[in-house]
Write a protein that binds this ligand. Structure first.
Ligand SMILES: Nc1ncnc2c1ncn2[C@@H]1O[C@H](COP(=O)(O)OP(=O)(O)OP(=O)(O)O)[C@@H](O)[C@H]1O
Ligand SMILES: [Mg+2]
Length: 338
């Protein structure tokens, strides 16, 4: 039997381009070790697709001459022959349903959330609206559009975020009105919609979810950042800035509640495949959902992989399971009459 062919999509147009390349490097290595035939497709910051990935040490193939804003030439040929596509793109134009839509159109099985769940999870404002509708406790926020006055009704500090980004890019903690104005201006450089969020003083936790219809939830891990006020970009990607405490130092009841809310959030947006659900446990002991990532950082040492490992699923098994889930969905939906 010839080995299963998998195509990894890496890079992408968002500011999380480099983070994606790291994830792709790790997944490529692990899938190759599992005996799969892996091809990588790199999307550069301008949105041009190339077969082969320079950043992974693989020579870009002939297609370097035919870089195109959509899969064409050698890229299209490589995609046509694969059994499953693994989008490892973080943020806009990758984690937000756009690439998932392209893969749906092409009729290709792919790993992770579908179009709707991807788009909802990418938008922190709409995500929380859906969760509120299901009675799931979320952090409170107000939403701003360009030109609207900033009417902050929360006590300082507050968090200010672009609605659709990740890796803490464009996010600030504002301690007074001047900082708030600067924070809103910064966030508007990244999106047309900005959230001003109530600050939750408490413990930050994350839960890994894996599955389609009947997903499992990992034990919650606690995010500890030493010498920093919050989990900003540097804390996320500089060595030794963040410590993942597993399991989180919260009560047994809070752990159970966090897992339950992670699964409910996953179901509320009809997510499939995987998700990392980021939450807070407030000083009062309440568990609040902050956001859900449908393509979390995915290296072997990323939080998501560590959470699933704590659940008893190692990196190789995790990848195999995700591919199975992708094929399961494709088969399940394949019988539908449209
Ligand atoms: N309401 C809040 N109260 C306290 N801290 C917050 C709040 N919102 C965000 N933070 C801090 O900012 C960090 C980044 O926020 P958030 O997770 O919403 O952004 P993100 O860029 O989408 O993150 P990710 O990299 O997980 O996709 C959080 O991990 C937390 O440390
Ligand atoms: Mg987060």
């Amino acid at each position: 039997m010839s080995p299963r062919r998998v195509a990894i999509l890496a890079g992408g147009r968002s500011s999380e381009h480099d983070v994606s390349l790291e994830s792709a490097r790790s997944v490529t290595e692990a899938l190759t070790a599992l005996g799969l035939d892996v091809s990588t497709i790199e999307i550069d910051r301008a949105g041009l697709w190339t077969l082969g990935q320079a950043a992974l040490g693989q020579a870009a193939q002939e297609s370097a001459l035919e870089r195109a804003p959509l899969p064409g030439g050698a890229v299209a040929a490589a995609l046509a022959g694969v059994e499953v596509v693994f989008p490892l793109l973080h943020g806009p134009f990758g984690e937000d349903g756009t690439v998932q839509g392209l893969l749906e159109l092409a009729g290709l099985p792919y790993v992770g959330a579908g179009v709707t769940a991807s788009a909802i999870a990418m938008d922190k404002d709409i995500f929380k609206a859906v969760l509120r509708d299901r009675g799931i406790p979320v952090t409170r926020n107000l939403t701003l559009r360009p030109g609207e006055p900033i009417e902050n009704r929360f006590p300082f500090p507050v968090f200010v975020k672009p609605a659709r980004l990740g890796s803490s890019v464009g996010i600030s903690k504002a301690h007074d009105h001047d900082e708030l104005e600067a924070a809103v201006a910064l966030a508007f450089r990244h999106d047309e919609k900005v959230l001003v969020e109530e600050y939750v003083d408490g413990i930050e936790i994350e839960v890994g979810v894996l599955g389609n219809r009947d997903p499992v939830a990992s034990p919650p891990g606690e995010i500890r950042v030493a010498g920093r006020e919050w989990y900003d970009y540097e804390a996320k990607y500089e060595e030794g800035q963040m410590e993942l405490v597993l399991p989180a130092r919260i009560s047994e009841q809070q752990r159970a509640q966090a897992r339950k809310l992670a699964l409910e959030s996953f179901a509320a947006i009809e997510c499939e495949g995987m998700a990392r659900v980021d939450m807070f446990v407030s000083r009062e002991g309440e568990v609040l959902v902050n956001e859900l990532n449908t393509i979390p950082g995915f290296t072997q040492t990323s939080v998501y992989a560590k959470l699933l490992a704590a659940y008893g699923i190692d990196y190789a098994a995790l990848l195999e399971r995700l591919i199975e889930l992708a094929l399961e969905r494709h088969e399940r939906r394949g019988v539908l009459a449209f």
